[in-house]
Design a binder for this molecule. Structure first.
Ligand code: SF4
Length: 420
């Protein structure tokens, strides 16, 4: 936690000094992020979704969302977008209290969510001096990445994205440097996979959702190909390995959790009441052993690795492998695999009001998994950063019923095992 705070504070310091140092600034998205290319050009990344979720955790998103709605954005628009635009309209002061620089480049890596496109179309109007580069990622409609899809993306990288980055940074792409950054990315991807695999232990030494969102922080905010990230994840691995060896459970804000239920969660968390939301789980001894949300920035556990020997091909494959770019059958299979591999007792869906990209098809996935695996499933609703859509009592009622169902199922299973 200390290391991560330092890394983030340094990044935001660098961003606020960008006009003095002359470093160019790229606004981009987490899914399908091209961090390694950004580092290869010595540019600095800004992730609007990360700023939005941090504003949510700092209880500032409600004000930003209202500002964007006053400006004309409808109530149905993704609240990350409204929070980001509202923050910009209010002076663009970032989560550390320092003003964020305007973008020199809007790098739209489009991976499955149409909102990304509309979001950057609007940022393009608000920052008319920024260059815009768009990388279109073909959707995995048939659940496969074909050579033609990779070729289509590499062509865009060569002909659209890299030339724009060269123009903005004033540098030619240094391929050796990119390879080196990708080597670091591979080490980080190995580490994060090993870290999340610790939840196969019973009890799990970590919570893969409520703590997991912190663990994926450095990867998702642009550190993936850096030496700092390699060191951070080595340190994190050591700490969790120690907990696993001691047979310790996850740590919540109120102490160690005594694991009673193991869950897989589909969908992002609520950020405006993150602590209260987590408490609804750990009060019942519920530990999340896997979640789709922690895979949003990359599917490393399924084997994807950047490849320094095929830099552009692997950047393309990374984008196409993002969770939001998978079809519903792939997402259902992935959740089923998590439930089986991590010995989960149930599946919980947190349906996010403003995120169509995650919410579409969630009920179908949930019912399919319930039938296939015969496990208890639960469905709750909240929002990312709009505090108007977090109803504590509603969530508590639904979760209490879900945990009762899990308890009943455990009793029946134990009785059957005894009878056998
Ligand atoms: S709709 Fe969902 S995936 Fe798309 S930008 Fe908003 S939060 Fe992200």
């Amino acid at each position: 936690m200390i290391l991560q705070k330092e890394m983030i504070a340094n990044l935001f310091d660098e961003l606020s000094n960008a006009s003095d140092t002359g470093k160019k600034v790229v606004y981009t998205f987490v899914p399908g992020n091209l961090s390694e290319l950004i580092h290869a050009f010595d540019m600095l990344p800004v992730y609007p979704e990360i700023n939005a979720l941090q504003s949510g955790m700092r209880k500032m998103s409600g004000e930003y969302i209202r500002e964007a709605e006053k400006y004309g954005y409808s109530e149905d628009v993704c609240t990350y977008v409204k929070c980001d635009i509202g923050m910009m309209l209010k002076g663009n002061v970032g989560p550390t209290g320092k003003k964020l620089p305007d973008p020199d480049l809007l790098l739209l890596s489009y991976t499955g969510c149409f909102t990304f496109m509309k979001w950057f179309e609007n940022l393009g109007k608000l920052y008319p001096h920024a260059e815009i580069a768009m990388l279109h990622t073909p959707y995995q409609e048939n659940g496969k990445i074909t050579p033609e899809m990779t070729e289509y993306m590499v062509k865009q990288l060569r002909e659209e994205v890299i030339p724009k980055m060269e123009k903005v940074s004033g540098k030619k792409l240094d391929e050796e440097k990119l390879k080196h950054v990708l080597e670091n990315a591979v080490k980080v991807e190995d580490s994060i996979t090993n870290i999340f695999n610790f939840t196969k232990n019973v009890p799990s030494p970590i919570d893969a959702y409520f703590a997991g969102v912190y663990y994926i922080g450095p990867i998702n905010i642009g550190f993936r190909g850096t030496l700092q990230a390699v060191e951070y994840y080595e340190e994190l691995y050591k700490e969790i390995n120690y907990r696993a060896k001691q047979g310790l459970g996850p740590v919540s804000p109120e102490g160690e959790i005594d694991e009673k239920y193991r869950l897989v969660v589909e969908g992002p968390p609520n950020w405006t009441s993150f602590r209260e939301f987590w408490k609804l789980f750990y009060d019942h001894g519920a530990v999340i052993v896997a979640s789709s949300y922690t895979k949003v920035g990359g599917m490393y556990d399924l084997g994807f690795r950047h490849d320094p020997a095929r830099p552009l091909d692997s950047l393309a494959e990374y984008c196409m492998n993002c969770y939001t770019n998978l079809n519903l059958i792939q997402r259902t299979d992935l959740l089923s695999k998590c439930i089986t591999d991590f010995k989960a007792d149930g599946l919980l869906v947190n349906s996010i009001k403003s995120c169509n990209s995650f919410s579409a098809g969630q009920l179908l996935m949930m019912r399919t998994i319930e039938e296939k695996l015969e496990i208890p499933v639960g469905f709750i609703e909240s929002d990312l950063v709009d505090p108007r859509y977090f109803s504590f009592s509603n969530l508590k009622n639904r979760l209490d019923s879900f945990f009762q169902m899990l308890e009943q199922r455990k009793i029946i299973r134990n009785q059957m095992e005894t009878a056998l």
